[in-house]
Design a protein around this ligand. Sequence first.
Ligand SMILES: Nc1ncnc2c1ncn2[C@@H]1O[C@H](COP(=O)(O)OP(=O)(O)OP(=O)(O)O)[C@@H](O)[C@H]1O
Ligand SMILES: O=P(O)(O)OC[C@H]1O[C@H](OP(=O)(O)OP(=O)(O)O)[C@H](O)[C@@H]1O
Length: 230
Amino acid sequence: MTLKLGVPSKGRLMDKTFEWFDRHGIQLSRTGSDREYSGAVEGIEGVSLVLLSAGEIPRELAAGRIHFGVTGTDLVHDKLPRWEQQVEEIAPLGFGQADLILAVPRCWVDVDTLDDLDAAAAAFRAEHGFRLRIATKYHRLVREFLMDAGVADYQLVDSQGATEGTVKNETAEAIADITSTGETLRANHLKILSDGLVLKSQATLWRSRGAPCTGDDQEVMADFLRRVDH
Ligand SMILES: Nc1ncnc2c1ncn2[C@@H]1O[C@H](COP(=O)(O)OP(=O)(O)OP(=O)(O)O)[C@@H](O)[C@H]1O
Ligand SMILES: O=P(O)(O)OC[C@H]1O[C@H](OP(=O)(O)OP(=O)(O)O)[C@H](O)[C@@H]1O
């Protein structure tokens, strides 16, 4: 058997992950045509590469179908209940930094904090007869954050992409999404609540607590961990 390493199959996370492993003496590459999801590992024996959607890596780790995986803290914390019991954080990788934040329309001059949002949400419900809508794909994290903040009069609407556009499209009044440069928020006339930081995220190497690892695999695992631990 080989140990399986799951890595995002495209975009900024894939390229930077390949560079990070290269700096640790492990060369990862895509093989075949541009569209073929197959990869190769050089520099260490007994490890194979699995190219996956960043959003699916938490589930694959939790199911024990991959031994190691690279994906953002945001995705692991949101998709895995009690994530610490299912995966172990091996190393933050120093890229893919993004903040999960709550934002409202810039023209809401009276709403700058979570307390303001709470008041606005109650007023919104009284006026419109339905709850203020917050668009997000981070359902678990946003629910927990708002519960801790005492904000209750809202509903989440699912948005798997282009989340900042939901306010203009009138499918939501507020959003919770990741931001790094802030440009998408600015372009869509949104502002972050001053206490609206839900989570700071970055790309991280995780180990599955449930993936089978016996016999020779244990040596490979020890070797792999030695390599990535510096
Ligand atoms: N603008 C950004 N800057 C930095 N990191 C980002 C940015 N957008 C997303 N990320 C991070 O990249 C990771 C993957 O993001 P996302 O869920 O958007 O995947 P994706 O690129 O759409 O890929 P897939 O659809 O295959 O899952 C997340 O951990 C996220 O925090
Ligand atoms: O602060 P910024 O630098 O502007 O980056 C933030 C944007 O980046 C991500 O979107 P992505 O490009 O992954 O597209 P998506 O909306 O389809 O998820 C995120 O969802 C924001 O929309």
